[in-house]
Ligand binder design. Structure first.
Ligand code: NAD
Length: 494
């Protein structure tokens, strides 16, 4: 029993230690994941480096065609993949399908690779001299992904990197590795040549091995803030290109002129959807003026949502990923109470019929939360919404800007002027206007700011193409029959 690794074009049994992968609704063991040994990591990187020599020479339209085949296969299998996502994360089936679909959209974007890799040309930069740029792949790239989107986030990374002519070593989360294995199986079925992609499993040790490996040129990471900081520091210290997408505390600012029903239903979905295990979940709401009077209705709407098993159509969301994640959330709920916040709805004692061992946490709502409280400062990563009240939009903007994170934020209002001021003045990288979770589609990039992102080129979109490529500028002169003027000893002025 156990998942294979994928090294040098073959699925192989890992020789390392194994970790049980469990169903978060039951604790039943689904499979075991082998942690790659140092030798297996070396073989994966060596094979990727070897494959790079030929893959980089493969014409871009051919690379694009691999992505088209892959997109078609992913679409054909999206329900089966979503079932695997549901099995190992506990996500509701509808939510798991969203996880897969958002990944497919990035593969669709990667089908445009020929246009995305166009360089620039200026003719006659001097007499008879032209300058143009070539966009070339880097080499072996590595990706390290979190548990919360086991389909989407690997698909943010390896298809675009590979479409750009790189080869790729994926190290997904050890907590839900079955989905990435299926993604790689389908990539092989789509026609990926041997060596172009490698799959190694594991945790910190395997990440460290990739960060230290001299043949890994770039590392794309998604995960929690402390690990993102560590990966960014270590990777850049080892002279690698690194992008590290991290955790967050995302605020939704409610103006009193907003549509009350929209505010309430959007807050419920954005705070509790996916059990609050989204880096773009709304985990803090800031009520401006009399909009704070809507808290009782918000409480009732949250209380009406119940978690449940992935195939329960009435369930709003599933379990937390592990018993430890659940215990951590319950600890925060206790701390919030001790710190003096008003606990309007407490999801600590949540149970689900038929699933006594599931990692359940019910919707939880705090009011009167201040910035010094740990429930405000930290990313709780559960269905817990903390709320605060202020008097003006100015105050709300200052409140959000004082927070160290900057992944996403949103304003709900009927005023164009308020929305425009908010979008201009807010120090957050992804802004929603009457949209609670403003995740851009892949032709833009996923532009988190501040402590939610370390690096400069973001995930997917044109920025990811820059991240996965190098620009070479060529200055060229073709002699026409003119005789040589002799050596040029000074810089030419024209
Ligand atoms: P995590 O940081 O625990 O793990 C992420 C990856 O890092 C995994 O592959 C894991 O094996 C590895 N890892 C764990 N500890 C490590 C260590 N000490 N050294 C090196 N590698 C280590 O994150 P998670 O719990 O799997 O995912 C949830 C987090 O990811 C949340 O904080 C969430 O906000 C964040 N996230 C961010 C984005 C984004 O785009 N900004 C998207 C999704 C999730």
């Amino acid at each position: 029993m156990g998942l294979p690794l994928f090294i040098d074009g073959e699925f192989v049994d890992g020789a390392g230690e194994r970790l049980a992968v469990t169903d978060p609704a039951t604790q039943n063991v689904l499979t075991e994941v082998p942690f790659a040994t140092p030798d297996e990591i070396d073989r994966a990187v060596a094979s990727a480096l070897e494959a790079f020599r030929t893959w980089r020479e493969t014409p871009t339209p051919e690379r694009a065609r691999l992505m088209m085949n892959y997109q078609a296969l992913l679409k054909r299998h999206q329900d089966d993949i979503a079932k695997i996502v549901s099995a190992e994360t506990g996500k509701t089936f509808a939510d798991a399908k969203g996880d897969v679909w958002r990944g497919i959209e990035v593969v669709e974007y990667a089908c445009n690779v020929s246009s995305l890799m166009m360089g620039e040309t200026v003719e006659n930069v001097a007499h008879d001299i032209d300058t143009y740029s070539l966009v070339q792949p880097l080499g072996v790239c590595a990706g390290i992904t979190p548990f919360n989107f086991p389909a989407m986030i690997p698909l943010w990374m390896f298809p675009l990197a590979i479409a750009c002519g790189n080869t790729f070593v994926l190290k997904p989360s050890e907590q839900d590795p079955m989905t990435p294995n299926r993604l790689i199986e389908l990539f092989v079925e789509a026609g990926a040549p041997p060596g172009v992609v490698q799959l190694v499993h594991g945790g910190k040790e395997q990440v460290d091995a990739l960060l230290a490996h001299p043949d890994v040129r770039a590392v794309s990471f998604v995960g929690s803030v402390p690990v993102a900081q560590y990966v960014y520091r270590t990777g850049t210290q080892n002279l690698k290109r690194v992008q590290a997408m991290a955790g967050a505390k995302n605020h939704l600012v409610v103006m009193p002129d907003a549509d009350r029903d929209q505010v309430i239903s959007n807050l419920v979905g954005a705070s509790c959807g996916a059990a609050g295990q989204r880096c773009m979940a709304i985990s803090a709401a800031v009520f401006v003026g009399e909009s704070a009077d809507w808290l009782p209705e918000l409480r009732d709407a949250m209380a009406a949502v119940r978690p449940g098993a992935w195939d329960d159509d009435g369930a709003g969301y599933g379990p937390q990923i592990t018993p430890q994640a659940r215990a951590r959330i319950l600890d925060y709920i206790g701390r919030g109470r001790d710190e003096g916040a008003s606990l309007l709805l407490d999801g600590s004692d949540c149970t689900v019929d038929g699933y006594p061992d599931g990692n359940w946490v019910g919707p939880t709502l705090f009011a009167d939360v201040t910035p010094d409280m740990s429930i405000y400062r930290d990313e709780i990563f559960g269905p817990v919404l903390v709320t605060s009240a202020v008097d003006t939009l100015d105050e709300a903007i200052r409140f959000v800007n004082a927070n160290p994170y900057g992944n996403g934020t949103s304003i709900f209002t009927a005023s164009g002027a308020a929305a425009r001021r908010f979008q201009h003045e807010i120090d957050v990288g992804q802004v929603g206007i009457n949209v609670p979770i403003p995740v851009p589609l892949p032709f833009f990039s996923f532009t988190g700011w501040k402590q939610s992102f370390f690096g400069d080129q973001h995930a997917y979109g044109k920025q990811a193409v820059k991240f996965y490529t190098e620009t070479k500028t060529v200055t060229a002169r073709w002699f026409q029959d003119a005789p040589s003027q002799g050596p040029e000893m000074t810089i030419r002025l024209r």
